[in-house]
Design a binder for this molecule. Structure first.
Ligand SMILES: Nc1nc2c(ncn2[C@@H]2O[C@H](COP(=O)(O)OP(=O)(O)OP(=O)(O)O)[C@@H](O)[C@H]2O)c(=O)[nH]1
Ligand SMILES: [Mg+2]
Length: 196
């Protein structure tokens, strides 16, 4: 994908603020601090477009970015931040689940999992939702630069094995630091756009 233009659109706090033009969108989800904003910036060749933070749990809003004046990237709030107040954790599901379930322009979702860890309960819950809403998704293992090549390939196999009860799901390694996996993620997005 040649990214000619990428711009921030809105930090939505309620569904009425979502774009209403019907253009396709792709969401990015995963636990807080997993690297969602960094992945978006890497795909767009932009350093600070999506705000990154070393303090987890900073992104509460559903953030929209417009790409090539044609489609959207959606940076979802991270989940599973242990120190978040309980009320906020409950709010996450109430806010994000209806989005996943009902958002017509949503063509696909990139599910991020830290390459250093096995999928969490929350990650598996997400996969269950995505399958039940029949929303196509791609699993991306982030921060792959933090593992040796051998450890990384073991973790890819292990993740596939853990997810195998839901079928043969694609798992792609990614590093925002090194730009690894960028082409694979774009290819998947382009495939979804083409079949649309
Ligand atoms: N080494 C390494 N660090 C990364 C990578 N991706 C992200 N990080 C770091 O991980 C931290 C969190 O990254 P973010 O992109 O802000 O994560 P996020 O998922 O958007 O976090 P929230 O918005 O808080 O949910 C930052 O300090 C990043 O620099 C990567 O591929 N490699
Ligand atoms: Mg973020």
């Amino acid at each position: 994908m040649k990214v000619r233009k990428s711009e921030f659109v809105i930090s939505a706090v309620q569904a009425s603020q979502f774009p209403s033009d019907g253009d396709a969108e792709f969401a990015f989800s995963g636990r807080s601090n997993v690297g969602k904003s960094s992945l978006i910036n890497t795909l767009l060749n932009r350093k600070g477009l999506a705000k990154t933070s070393s303090t987890p749990g900073k992104t509460r809003q559903i953030n929209y970015f417009r790409i090539n004046e044609a489609f959207y990237f959606v940076d979802l709030p991270g989940y599973g931040y242990a120190r978040a107040p309980k009320r906020e954790r409950a709010n996450w599901g109430r806010w994000v689940e209806p989005y996943l379930k009902n958002r017509d322009p949503l063509l696909g979702l990139i599910q991020l999992i830290d390459a250093r860890h096995d999928p969490t309960e929350n990650d598996l819950q997400m996969v269950t939702w995505l399958l039940s809403y029949e929303l196509p998704f791609l699993i991306v293992l982030t921060k792959s630069d933090k593992l040796s090549a051998r450890k990384l390939s073991e973790q890819i196999q292990k993740t596939r094995r853990i997810l195998s009860e839901w079928g043969d799901l694609p798992v792609v390694p990614f590093s925002a630091k090194r730009g690894v996996g960028k082409e694979a993620v774009w290819k998947w997005i382009e495939g979804r756009l083409d079949s649309h």
